[in-house]
Design a protein around this ligand. Structure first.
Ligand SMILES: *Cc1c(COP(=O)(O)O)cnc(C)c1O
Length: 376
Protein backbone atom coordinates (compact mmCIF):
# COMPACT_ATOMS: atom_id res chain seq x y z
CA UNK A 1 0.00 0.00 0.00
CA UNK A 2 1.09 3.57 -0.73
CA UNK A 3 0.40 6.07 2.05
CA UNK A 4 0.00 9.83 2.08
CA UNK A 5 2.33 12.15 3.98
CA UNK A 6 0.34 12.52 7.24
CA UNK A 7 0.26 8.71 7.53
CA UNK A 8 3.98 8.45 6.72
CA UNK A 9 4.76 11.00 9.48
CA UNK A 10 3.14 8.63 12.00
CA UNK A 11 4.24 5.24 10.67
CA UNK A 12 7.13 5.27 8.17
CA UNK A 13 10.19 3.36 9.34
CA UNK A 14 8.78 2.35 12.75
CA UNK A 15 10.69 -0.61 14.22
CA UNK A 16 8.25 -3.41 14.89
CA UNK A 17 8.54 -4.55 18.49
CA UNK A 18 8.20 -8.30 17.90
CA UNK A 19 9.01 -9.26 21.46
CA UNK A 20 6.62 -7.11 23.51
CA UNK A 21 4.36 -5.90 20.67
CA UNK A 22 4.49 -2.27 21.82
CA UNK A 23 3.31 0.36 19.34
CA UNK A 24 6.46 2.51 19.43
CA UNK A 25 9.93 1.81 18.08
CA UNK A 26 12.11 0.38 20.86
CA UNK A 27 15.17 2.51 21.69
CA UNK A 28 18.43 0.62 21.08
CA UNK A 29 21.13 2.39 23.09
CA UNK A 30 23.92 -0.16 22.46
CA UNK A 31 27.22 1.00 21.05
CA UNK A 32 28.42 -2.62 20.95
CA UNK A 33 26.79 -5.31 18.80
CA UNK A 34 27.70 -8.98 18.33
CA UNK A 35 29.28 -9.79 14.98
CA UNK A 36 29.47 -13.60 14.74
CA UNK A 37 27.16 -15.24 12.15
CA UNK A 38 26.05 -11.96 10.56
CA UNK A 39 27.21 -10.12 7.41
CA UNK A 40 27.40 -6.61 8.77
CA UNK A 41 29.09 -4.93 11.72
CA UNK A 42 26.87 -2.51 13.62
CA UNK A 43 28.23 0.59 15.34
CA UNK A 44 26.73 4.09 15.90
CA UNK A 45 29.31 5.95 13.81
CA UNK A 46 28.59 3.60 10.89
CA UNK A 47 25.09 5.13 10.85
CA UNK A 48 23.59 1.61 10.97
CA UNK A 49 22.07 1.15 14.42
CA UNK A 50 18.34 0.30 14.44
CA UNK A 51 17.15 3.77 15.53
CA UNK A 52 19.41 5.56 13.02
CA UNK A 53 18.12 3.42 10.20
CA UNK A 54 14.47 3.66 11.15
CA UNK A 55 14.47 7.47 11.49
CA UNK A 56 16.49 7.85 8.27
CA UNK A 57 13.90 5.68 6.53
CA UNK A 58 11.03 7.76 7.95
CA UNK A 59 12.49 11.07 6.71
CA UNK A 60 13.44 9.56 3.33
CA UNK A 61 9.83 8.47 2.82
CA UNK A 62 8.58 11.96 3.74
CA UNK A 63 10.83 13.36 1.02
CA UNK A 64 9.92 10.66 -1.53
CA UNK A 65 13.57 9.58 -1.56
CA UNK A 66 15.01 6.05 -1.63
CA UNK A 67 17.49 6.51 1.19
CA UNK A 68 18.66 8.86 3.92
CA UNK A 69 21.10 9.48 6.75
CA UNK A 70 20.49 11.28 10.04
CA UNK A 71 23.31 13.44 11.45
CA UNK A 72 24.13 15.10 14.76
CA UNK A 73 23.39 18.59 13.31
CA UNK A 74 22.35 20.30 10.12
CA UNK A 75 25.92 21.51 9.59
CA UNK A 76 27.27 17.95 10.02
CA UNK A 77 24.88 16.95 7.22
CA UNK A 78 25.86 19.87 4.95
CA UNK A 79 29.62 19.59 5.47
CA UNK A 80 29.61 15.81 4.95
CA UNK A 81 27.71 16.09 1.67
CA UNK A 82 29.90 18.93 0.37
CA UNK A 83 33.09 17.01 1.17
CA UNK A 84 31.60 13.88 -0.42
CA UNK A 85 31.09 15.47 -3.83
CA UNK A 86 33.73 18.23 -3.93
CA UNK A 87 37.46 17.57 -4.15
CA UNK A 88 40.59 19.60 -4.84
CA UNK A 89 40.17 21.42 -8.16
CA UNK A 90 36.38 21.19 -8.18
CA UNK A 91 33.99 24.13 -8.29
CA UNK A 92 30.49 24.56 -6.87
CA UNK A 93 27.74 27.12 -7.45
CA UNK A 94 25.79 28.42 -4.46
CA UNK A 95 22.64 30.46 -4.42
CA UNK A 96 22.84 34.00 -3.10
CA UNK A 97 21.36 34.37 0.39
CA UNK A 98 22.22 31.18 2.29
CA UNK A 99 21.92 30.23 5.94
CA UNK A 100 24.74 32.03 7.81
CA UNK A 101 26.44 28.82 8.99
CA UNK A 102 26.60 27.50 5.42
CA UNK A 103 28.11 30.66 3.94
CA UNK A 104 30.59 30.87 6.82
CA UNK A 105 31.61 27.25 6.18
CA UNK A 106 32.32 27.91 2.49
CA UNK A 107 34.23 31.09 3.22
CA UNK A 108 36.38 29.52 5.95
CA UNK A 109 37.06 25.96 4.71
CA UNK A 110 36.90 25.64 0.92
CA UNK A 111 40.00 27.53 -0.12
CA UNK A 112 42.44 25.53 2.00
CA UNK A 113 41.09 22.31 0.48
CA UNK A 114 41.52 23.70 -3.05
CA UNK A 115 37.77 23.85 -3.77
CA UNK A 116 36.48 26.97 -5.51
CA UNK A 117 32.94 28.30 -5.61
CA UNK A 118 30.78 31.06 -6.99
CA UNK A 119 27.83 32.70 -5.27
CA UNK A 120 25.34 33.25 -8.11
CA UNK A 121 24.13 36.83 -8.64
CA UNK A 122 20.63 35.86 -7.46
CA UNK A 123 18.47 32.77 -6.85
CA UNK A 124 17.22 32.92 -10.47
CA UNK A 125 18.05 29.76 -12.48
CA UNK A 126 19.57 31.92 -15.27
CA UNK A 127 22.04 33.48 -12.79
CA UNK A 128 22.84 30.04 -11.38
CA UNK A 129 23.50 28.67 -14.87
CA UNK A 130 25.71 31.66 -15.72
CA UNK A 131 28.01 30.74 -12.79
CA UNK A 132 28.67 27.18 -14.04
CA UNK A 133 32.23 26.32 -15.16
CA UNK A 134 33.63 23.16 -16.67
CA UNK A 135 34.84 22.00 -13.24
CA UNK A 136 31.47 22.62 -11.52
CA UNK A 137 30.34 19.48 -9.64
CA UNK A 138 27.49 20.74 -7.46
CA UNK A 139 24.71 23.36 -7.46
CA UNK A 140 23.41 24.24 -4.00
CA UNK A 141 20.23 26.21 -3.26
CA UNK A 142 18.03 27.02 -0.27
CA UNK A 143 14.34 27.84 -0.57
CA UNK A 144 12.60 29.72 0.95
CA UNK A 145 15.83 31.44 1.94
CA UNK A 146 16.93 32.86 5.26
CA UNK A 147 16.06 35.59 6.30
CA UNK A 148 14.50 37.21 3.19
CA UNK A 149 12.30 34.25 2.17
CA UNK A 150 13.36 34.38 -1.46
CA UNK A 151 11.91 31.51 -3.49
CA UNK A 152 14.08 29.49 -5.89
CA UNK A 153 12.49 27.70 -8.84
CA UNK A 154 13.48 24.12 -7.95
CA UNK A 155 12.32 22.50 -11.20
CA UNK A 156 14.30 25.18 -13.08
CA UNK A 157 17.46 24.47 -11.07
CA UNK A 158 17.00 20.70 -11.45
CA UNK A 159 16.72 21.11 -15.24
CA UNK A 160 20.00 23.08 -15.34
CA UNK A 161 21.71 20.40 -13.27
CA UNK A 162 20.50 17.64 -15.61
CA UNK A 163 21.46 19.64 -18.73
CA UNK A 164 25.05 20.08 -17.52
CA UNK A 165 25.35 16.74 -15.68
CA UNK A 166 25.85 18.46 -12.31
CA UNK A 167 24.39 17.27 -8.98
CA UNK A 168 21.82 19.57 -7.39
CA UNK A 169 21.23 19.97 -3.66
CA UNK A 170 18.68 21.93 -1.65
CA UNK A 171 18.44 22.98 1.98
CA UNK A 172 14.73 22.25 2.58
CA UNK A 173 14.76 23.27 6.26
CA UNK A 174 12.48 26.32 5.99
CA UNK A 175 9.78 24.52 4.00
CA UNK A 176 9.76 21.11 5.73
CA UNK A 177 8.73 18.02 3.70
CA UNK A 178 5.08 18.80 4.48
CA UNK A 179 5.23 21.94 2.32
CA UNK A 180 7.82 21.01 -0.29
CA UNK A 181 9.35 17.80 -1.67
CA UNK A 182 12.28 18.91 -3.88
CA UNK A 183 13.22 15.38 -5.03
CA UNK A 184 9.85 15.08 -6.79
CA UNK A 185 10.84 18.23 -8.73
CA UNK A 186 14.12 16.66 -9.85
CA UNK A 187 16.58 17.91 -7.18
CA UNK A 188 19.14 15.16 -6.39
CA UNK A 189 19.95 15.78 -2.72
CA UNK A 190 17.64 17.15 -0.02
CA UNK A 191 19.00 18.35 3.31
CA UNK A 192 17.34 19.39 6.60
CA UNK A 193 18.43 20.95 9.81
CA UNK A 194 16.22 18.64 11.90
CA UNK A 195 16.91 21.03 14.79
CA UNK A 196 14.08 23.08 13.30
CA UNK A 197 10.67 21.77 12.11
CA UNK A 198 11.44 18.03 12.14
CA UNK A 199 12.51 18.28 15.81
CA UNK A 200 9.88 20.96 16.37
CA UNK A 201 10.20 21.52 20.13
CA UNK A 202 13.43 23.54 20.45
CA UNK A 203 15.09 20.70 22.33
CA UNK A 204 17.19 18.62 19.91
CA UNK A 205 19.99 19.26 17.43
CA UNK A 206 20.06 17.01 14.35
CA UNK A 207 20.36 16.97 10.57
CA UNK A 208 19.27 14.77 7.67
CA UNK A 209 20.26 14.10 4.07
CA UNK A 210 18.04 12.27 1.58
CA UNK A 211 18.55 11.10 -1.99
CA UNK A 212 18.81 8.08 -4.25
CA UNK A 213 20.40 4.90 -2.91
CA UNK A 214 23.39 5.50 -5.17
CA UNK A 215 24.01 9.08 -3.99
CA UNK A 216 23.47 8.18 -0.33
CA UNK A 217 25.94 5.30 -0.58
CA UNK A 218 28.64 7.84 -1.45
CA UNK A 219 27.58 10.22 1.34
CA UNK A 220 27.62 7.28 3.77
CA UNK A 221 31.18 6.34 2.82
CA UNK A 222 32.38 9.88 3.67
CA UNK A 223 30.23 10.16 6.79
CA UNK A 224 32.07 7.24 8.45
CA UNK A 225 35.19 9.37 8.65
CA UNK A 226 33.56 12.70 9.51
CA UNK A 227 31.64 10.88 12.23
CA UNK A 228 28.61 13.14 12.64
CA UNK A 229 26.18 10.43 13.77
CA UNK A 230 23.35 10.91 16.26
CA UNK A 231 22.69 9.04 19.52
CA UNK A 232 19.70 6.70 19.99
CA UNK A 233 17.88 8.82 22.59
CA UNK A 234 17.89 11.93 20.38
CA UNK A 235 16.93 9.78 17.38
CA UNK A 236 13.94 8.60 19.33
CA UNK A 237 12.93 12.18 20.23
CA UNK A 238 13.19 13.04 16.54
CA UNK A 239 10.99 10.08 15.59
CA UNK A 240 8.44 11.10 18.20
CA UNK A 241 8.40 14.69 16.88
CA UNK A 242 7.96 13.68 13.27
CA UNK A 243 4.74 11.83 14.17
CA UNK A 244 3.13 15.26 14.71
CA UNK A 245 4.98 17.08 11.89
CA UNK A 246 2.01 17.30 9.56
CA UNK A 247 -0.44 18.67 12.16
CA UNK A 248 2.18 21.09 13.49
CA UNK A 249 2.93 22.41 10.01
CA UNK A 250 -0.75 22.93 9.24
CA UNK A 251 -1.13 25.18 12.31
CA UNK A 252 2.24 26.85 11.68
CA UNK A 253 1.34 27.59 8.02
CA UNK A 254 -1.97 29.15 8.98
CA UNK A 255 -0.46 31.20 11.85
CA UNK A 256 2.28 32.56 9.57
CA UNK A 257 -0.24 33.36 6.83
CA UNK A 258 -2.48 35.29 9.25
CA UNK A 259 0.47 37.19 10.76
CA UNK A 260 1.84 38.06 7.29
CA UNK A 261 -1.55 39.47 6.25
CA UNK A 262 -1.81 41.43 9.51
CA UNK A 263 1.69 42.91 9.17
CA UNK A 264 1.24 43.74 5.48
CA UNK A 265 -1.55 46.22 6.32
CA UNK A 266 0.06 47.65 9.48
CA UNK A 267 1.18 51.30 9.17
CA UNK A 268 4.38 50.69 11.21
CA UNK A 269 5.56 47.93 8.84
CA UNK A 270 7.37 48.98 5.67
CA UNK A 271 7.52 45.59 4.01
CA UNK A 272 6.72 41.88 4.59
CA UNK A 273 8.63 38.99 2.99
CA UNK A 274 6.39 35.92 2.84
CA UNK A 275 5.90 33.72 -0.23
CA UNK A 276 2.21 33.27 0.65
CA UNK A 277 1.37 36.95 0.05
CA UNK A 278 0.10 37.45 -3.54
CA UNK A 279 2.27 40.60 -3.86
CA UNK A 280 5.45 38.71 -2.86
CA UNK A 281 7.93 38.22 -5.75
CA UNK A 282 8.13 34.48 -4.92
CA UNK A 283 4.36 33.90 -4.84
CA UNK A 284 3.88 32.42 -8.33
CA UNK A 285 6.74 29.91 -8.00
CA UNK A 286 5.73 29.08 -4.42
CA UNK A 287 2.19 28.27 -5.64
CA UNK A 288 3.70 25.85 -8.13
CA UNK A 289 6.17 24.05 -5.89
CA UNK A 290 4.88 24.37 -2.30
CA UNK A 291 1.79 22.80 -0.74
CA UNK A 292 1.84 25.36 2.09
CA UNK A 293 3.84 28.57 2.42
CA UNK A 294 5.59 27.70 5.67
CA UNK A 295 6.00 29.28 9.08
CA UNK A 296 8.85 31.71 8.38
CA UNK A 297 8.50 35.34 7.37
CA UNK A 298 10.42 38.55 7.82
CA UNK A 299 9.39 42.19 7.93
CA UNK A 300 10.88 45.64 8.06
CA UNK A 301 9.84 48.18 10.65
CA UNK A 302 9.15 51.61 9.17
CA UNK A 303 10.58 53.92 11.87
CA UNK A 304 10.54 52.01 15.13
CA UNK A 305 13.84 50.92 16.62
CA UNK A 306 13.93 47.14 16.30
CA UNK A 307 15.37 46.61 19.78
CA UNK A 308 12.55 48.60 21.41
CA UNK A 309 9.99 46.60 19.41
CA UNK A 310 11.50 43.29 20.55
CA UNK A 311 11.60 44.38 24.18
CA UNK A 312 7.91 45.34 24.06
CA UNK A 313 6.80 41.84 23.02
CA UNK A 314 5.09 40.01 25.89
CA UNK A 315 4.34 36.53 24.46
CA UNK A 316 6.70 36.22 21.49
CA UNK A 317 10.29 35.80 22.61
CA UNK A 318 13.28 37.23 20.79
CA UNK A 319 15.45 34.10 20.48
CA UNK A 320 17.82 32.24 18.21
CA UNK A 321 16.85 29.33 15.94
CA UNK A 322 13.36 28.59 14.57
CA UNK A 323 10.77 25.90 13.95
CA UNK A 324 9.72 25.21 17.55
CA UNK A 325 6.28 25.18 19.18
CA UNK A 326 6.88 28.70 20.53
CA UNK A 327 6.64 31.71 18.24
CA UNK A 328 9.91 33.60 18.26
CA UNK A 329 11.42 36.58 16.49
CA UNK A 330 15.03 37.45 15.81
CA UNK A 331 16.87 40.43 14.50
CA UNK A 332 19.41 39.27 11.88
CA UNK A 333 21.69 42.31 12.50
CA UNK A 334 21.92 41.31 16.18
CA UNK A 335 22.24 37.54 15.59
CA UNK A 336 23.00 35.61 12.39
CA UNK A 337 24.38 38.60 10.41
CA UNK A 338 26.08 40.54 13.20
CA UNK A 339 29.54 39.95 11.73
CA UNK A 340 28.71 41.59 8.39
CA UNK A 341 29.75 45.20 7.77
CA UNK A 342 27.06 47.81 7.09
CA UNK A 343 27.92 47.69 3.36
CA UNK A 344 27.69 43.88 3.24
CA UNK A 345 24.33 44.01 5.01
CA UNK A 346 23.09 46.63 2.56
CA UNK A 347 24.29 44.44 -0.29
CA UNK A 348 22.41 41.38 1.01
CA UNK A 349 19.27 43.36 1.95
CA UNK A 350 19.58 42.79 5.71
CA UNK A 351 18.48 46.15 7.14
CA UNK A 352 18.67 47.28 10.79
CA UNK A 353 14.86 47.21 11.02
CA UNK A 354 14.49 43.66 9.64
CA UNK A 355 12.78 41.17 11.96
CA UNK A 356 12.58 37.44 11.25
CA UNK A 357 9.50 35.65 12.54
CA UNK A 358 9.06 31.91 13.20
CA UNK A 359 5.41 31.02 13.74
CA UNK A 360 4.68 28.56 16.54
CA UNK A 361 1.57 26.71 17.62
CA UNK A 362 -0.15 29.38 19.74
CA UNK A 363 -3.50 31.02 19.02
CA UNK A 364 -3.48 33.31 15.99
CA UNK A 365 -5.36 36.04 17.89
CA UNK A 366 -2.86 36.03 20.77
CA UNK A 367 0.09 36.34 18.38
CA UNK A 368 -1.51 39.21 16.47
CA UNK A 369 -2.47 41.01 19.71
CA UNK A 370 1.10 40.79 20.95
CA UNK A 371 2.54 42.12 17.69
CA UNK A 372 -0.07 44.88 17.59
CA UNK A 373 0.73 46.16 21.09
CA UNK A 374 4.50 46.01 20.45
CA UNK A 375 4.21 47.84 17.11
CA UNK A 376 2.28 50.49 19.06
C1 LIG B 1 19.73 25.93 11.38
C2 LIG B 1 19.92 25.79 9.94
C3 LIG B 1 21.00 25.06 9.41
C4 LIG B 1 22.07 24.44 10.28
O1 LIG B 1 21.56 23.45 11.10
P1 LIG B 1 22.15 23.06 12.56
O2 LIG B 1 21.22 22.00 13.01
O3 LIG B 1 22.11 24.32 13.39
O4 LIG B 1 23.54 22.60 12.36
C5 LIG B 1 21.09 24.93 8.04
N1 LIG B 1 20.19 25.51 7.22
C6 LIG B 1 19.15 26.24 7.69
C7 LIG B 1 18.20 26.86 6.72
C8 LIG B 1 18.97 26.40 9.05
O5 LIG B 1 17.94 27.13 9.52
Amino acid sequence: MKFELPTLCVHAGTIKDEKFRGINSPIYTSTSYEYIDRDDTVYPRYFNTPNEQSVAQRIAELESCEAGLVFSSGMAAISTVLFTFLSKGDHAVFQKGLYGGTSHFLASEFERFGISYTIAASQEPADIEAAIRKETRLIYVETPSNPLLRVTDLAGVAAIGKKHGILTMVDNTFASPVNQQPHTLGIDIVMHSATKYLGGHSDICAGAVLGTREVMKKVHATSLGFGGSLNAITLYLLERSIKTLDVRMQRINSNAGAVAAFLAQHPSVARVNYPGLPEDPGYAIACRQMRGFGGMLSFELRDADSLTFQKKLKLIRPSMSLGGSETIVSSPVLTSHRHLSKEERQETGITDGLIRFSAGLESQADLIDDLDQALG
